[in-house]
Design a protein around this ligand. Sequence first.
Ligand code: SF4
Length: 505
Amino acid sequence: MTDLGVSTPANDGDAIAIDGGCASGSTLRDAAERAGKSEILARYAADYPKGPHDQPQSMCPAFGSLRVGLRMRRTATILSGSACCVYGLTFTSHFYGARRSVGYVPFNSESLVTGKLFEDIRDAVHEMADPALYDTIVVTNLCVPTASGVPLQLLPDQIDGVRIIGIDVPGFGIPTHAEAKDVLAGAMLAYARKEVEAGPVAAPKTRADRPTITLLGEMFPVDPIGIGQMLEPLGLAVGPNVPTREWRELYSALDCAAVAAIHPFYTASVREFEAAGRTVLPSAPVGRDGTAAWLDAVGAACGITQAQVDAAKNKFLPAIGAALANAPIKGRITVSGYEGSELLVARLLIESGATVPYVGTACPRTKWSDPDREWLEARGCTVQYRASLENDLAAVDAFQPDLAIGTTPVVQHAKAKAIPALYFTNLISARPLMGVAGAGSLATVVNAALGNQHRFDRMRDFFEGVGSGDTAGIWEDTPRLRPEFKAKMAGKRIAAAKAEEAIGA
Ligand code: SF4
């Protein structure tokens, strides 16, 4: 998250001080409600329920929707927000390999108050809408324009055949970047569904000769292939992966036999699939138990005979069992992350032989992960939805695992305690999890990390006695803590912030 330092009047003429966007969610939310965004905020509150963790503790949520748009072919992206937020978001998107420019419509207090910002956005969209280059332009309101009520819904639906999609993705309305992916995927599905209802749409590049299962959630590229192999004996094929990589895949995604909610937080997307009359299936084909239950669920949803389902199970379950047995994992592991696949990873670890006492996910509880939660709880695992960083750190302290899988600060915390740790997003998410390919895939990286304990012990012994926090380091005299100085400085900072607020008002 970047730290905003702007004082911006709302467009209803009320002057509001916004002294740090990420950190002043309630101020911004109140302003957004007054500025006409109460309906969308109510929908977000229902789709992405909060608590106990309501405030982004990782990256800016808008990164999720930005990434979805940037990965889609012939799609242009325009951000409307404070320059520091846009800088942070574009930096992160390029860090993660985006090869496209991100459009930006800057503003100042005057253009925000007078409505000129909306006109500037509309002009930018008209200028950019070249059907030779783009199928779609996605415009995203970040925190301050959302709080100021910039009405993206008034943009034209399309310009010369280029679809225009405006979304509000404020940090004070969308708790995680995972759910922001759903905001854009859901908006695109809604648009595509209306197009389908209105008449013929573009045919897919390749059409499966069997009914398909749409996969919901970003996953490792091998996973859809493995899932396709398991669907084949059922007379089914794997359909598109939502979020899709091009617009016409949205039509194929809607035109499926059923939808697999592999990642369980795509509430807005599920709403569109259900409106199109599709059945949505929970959980995913991970490990032996998960794959067996998932194939049963697919069979029941698609009217496949039990004999066919059993034939598929007889073909794949022994292979999954053998792969798990050939790559055992021994040790106590805590898992935490914000991708939405944390429960699936924990299932796989347990089926590989590990003990997993705790899984924390920044995502909310939905019925699409209920089978995974029930399976984990039956094996003594505590599942914490909307886990805060404090929850995850407390789990590492309480369970003293042999390995902690988690977000960057969790990994740092574990390593400081000489506990081997793996970063969930880069090292665990970037592997197959499903079916036979997923069965043994975690063992290599997990066992290598578990085998590193002796290195952590050596490092701990080496650094033993150098202190921690304010007194860390090698000193001639042990530093004296001066809490009274800290309190004095904190008082000065608060007074300065209040003075700035008063000027803004
Ligand atoms: S858009 Fe909102 S949540 Fe994102 S960096 Fe800016 S203030 Fe923070």
